[in-house]
Design a protein around this ligand. Sequence first.
Ligand code: ZN
Length: 674
Amino acid sequence: MKSISRIIMVSAAVLGLASCGQKEGDKGFKYLIDEFADLKVMRYQVPGWDELSLQQKEYIYHLAEAAKWGRDIYWDQNCSWNIPVRKAVENIIDNYSGSRKGQDFEDFMVYAKRLFFSNGFHHHYAEDKFVPACSREYFASLMESVGVENSAELLDVIYNPELYPSRKAISGDIVAGSAVNFYEGVTREEAEAYYASIVDEKDPTPISYGLNTKLVKGADGVIREEAWKVGGIYGPAIEKIVEELELAAPLAETDAQRDYIASLVAYYRTGDLRLWDEYNIKWLKDTLGTVDFVNGFVEDYNDPLGRKGAWESLVNIKDHVASERTETLSENAQWFEDNSPVDSRFKKPVVKGVSAKVINVVALAGDSYPATPIGINLPNADWIRREHGSKSVTISNITDAYSKAAEESPKSTLTEFAYDEEEIAMAKKYLSITDNVHTDLHECLGHGSGQLLPGVSPNALGEYSSTLEEARADLYGLYYMADPKLIELGILPDEEAYKAQYANYIRNGLMVQFSRVELGKPNTEAHMQNRKLIAEWCLEHGTEMHYCDDEGCRFINAIEKKVKDGKTYFVVNEYGALRELFGELLGEIQRIKSEGDYEAGKALVEQYAVNIDRDLHREVLERYAELQLKPYGGFVNPDIVPVEENGKVVDYRLDYTASYVDQMMNYGHNYSIL
Ligand code: ZN
């Protein structure tokens, strides 16, 4: 199995995830622009755009055009009927002259929006076919009034539950039974036999067999691959992509970029997968540019056999401010290690931090639009990752938009589960920065800290190792969140900021996160276990705790359970005491890991991480359901608009005014080619 190359946001509302620092000029920018069915649509801002040179902006402009021209490819890959259905829907939106008021037309528009969101008539996440809430007769009357041809056939595709029920089948013949347009006339057995016959198992540097082709059984009964390339399937769209890439190339920031664009273009012209590998190796080594992009047949999740790449594009610029933060932490990795609250025998004498790049996207397309990942790690080929490494990025403006949009809705997990206005205000002021700093500490320093005693196996903690390892990294982050060093390094603004993170962590670990677990089920996922373990342990050990600070020594409750209007809350009473508890538990979990103390690790996980109090769990589920939050989110792109003076382009500005439907219709009108 390949490693996870795509990190998606499944629970922004639960995690309260956010991204790097508050952006300037945020006032008045609306993030949440549409909500329907189980979906919400947001806009994202692009910090750093104004600092780019004209040439960089023009480079991005052409890369973004190349992204938009691939849209139809992804629609057709999802199912061969998707584009005809979309064109009929667009025709109705453009030309229907009857009444647009009333439930029927509203239902039709919800269908249109869902279709646009999923790049087809299957749910983008659940993969099952959705049907309009308005009647077939009503839909037929819309089609008739705008003169849609083959409307009977289209209505059957749209309404008949037997036709194309699932984008990717999970039972029966998963190849023949899937709606995706990757195979034609072949069974699963035939497809597997075909690839078994061409794959060279001994090749240490194998191409990604089947990544950019459709597998077809011809009239002659012979099975062959037909490539997605210039002159092949999707030729007209790929020619446009190539045209824009060739306009972009002379504007590139570095020779390395020009070089990998040339390889990508050569691959699109020939379909030769060796060139795809060549492009990827050159691409992953380019770390100097500010502008970067993905464009190609990349992820294979949509193919029941895991070979065919879904087309996608993503254009981005480096977030220099956020990347500086991760670099600063990495440079100071040794200071953090030396000062951590663990036994000196368990510390690394020499420690090296990991620095990951933080980016802001400017254009999303294909498999990344409108639902988009919040982090990417590419390329996918195992041998390339092994021999050449990979590029790992977190997408800062997308997570930022998620958290800002959550704040815009009147109801959120924050307002529901925070105890009072003060706690809410603190979260709104600091959480978008502290969440990121905690993630950075966890990833860049936490996992890399500490050492095993000689002779201790890295697998000594067995089935408890992932939960304990995540707890160790989280605690490292939590402990240092409250350290004045972070203010000294310019990473946190003041000594109040960390409190927002502490309150959020306790609220989430003891309550909010249980909204994702079915009533009566135990808490099993490693990250969720780790959060519960830490919060429960601190709740217990913080009760009647002996604590000393400037005000002297006394017995306190660091965290307190409170009930208000019949609702339960967990409130942090003494932040300094909570930090002490985090440090103590970090020391203990590091000891368990360094000594390979399986029994102690097991006891911690079983006592604090697994079982959820049934009454509390029911209460959380009920309060969460009341909020009616949309579980899935997606984004519209800003339009990149050339600014002309005397017939010459002097600048490119970002226009954020397009509504969700406007943007979809604009793409349909101007970038539809298949
Ligand atoms: Zn981790």
